[in-house]
Ligand binder design. Structure first.
Ligand code: AMP
Length: 194
């Protein structure tokens, strides 16, 4: 398996670069945000719970998120065999520890964390643009500010967590999408072939 965590604030380009990574490496894409939005659209029990948190710009509780992840891995053994792009997970240190355990149980690990770094002003601009273009409900000014606060307080500590593990690779997340992807690819190819 080759497992990559694509890491960054909301609006940093995780979804866009995940698409490029799927095409390049044939990895299975798990976007927890997309999984939750699908539950909300289908009005499942989980969707109703998730909606409350997402509309407030808050994170879904760790134990719930970890169960969702574990189910996704269990239900897709063939698809995940080659490796996974984790997009939007982990978002807290306990989630990172749970991911380590989950992969360990399956004889694997996180190979690399790609951290897309973009300043807050540009993030806000990008998210509001996406909100106008796609109608995504949590892409509005009020929620964005909360999501960025949550990112700084709960998610950013993962940068240190993965740096200590020697897995964090900072990538400048501004400029041409293709140029950003080339930089990511260079790093990942080195890790893969090491
Ligand atoms: P995203 O599409 O990754 O920006 O996620 C949208 C929203 O889903 C987030 O603002 C959170 O409310 C929720 N969410 C997605 N992934 C997670 C996660 N790993 N832990 C907690 N909440 C999450």
């Amino acid at each position: 398996m080759f497992n990559v965590v694509i890491f960054g604030a909301p609006g940093s380009g995780k979804g866009t670069q995940s698409e490029n990574l799927i095409n390049e490496y044939g990895l299975y894409h798990i976007s927890t945000g997309e999984v939750l939005r699908d539950h909300i659209a289908r009005e499942t029990e989980l969707g109703k719970i998730a909606q409350n948190y997402i509309s407030q710009g808050q994170l879904i509780p760790d134990d719930l998120m970890v169960n969702i992840l574990e189910d996704l891995l269990d239900q897709n053994p063939k698809e995940t065999a080659k490796g996974v792009i984790f997009d939007g997970f982990p978002r807290t240190v306990p989630q990172a520890q749970a991911l380590k355990d989950m992969l360990n149980k399956r004889g694997s690990k996180v190979h690399a964390v790609v951290g897309l770094e973009v300043n807050d002003d540009e993030l806000v601009e990008r998210i509001l643009k996406r909100g106008r273009e796609t109608g995504r409900a949590d892409d509005n000014l009020e929620t964005v500010k909360k999501r960025l606060d949550v990112y700084h307080s709960q998610t950013l500590p993962l940068r240190d967590y993965y740096t200590k593990e020697g897995k964090y690779h900072a990538i400048k997340g501004t400029g041409e999408v293709s140029q950003i992807f080339n930089t990511i690819k260079e790093k990942l190819d080195n890790i893969k072939n090491a």
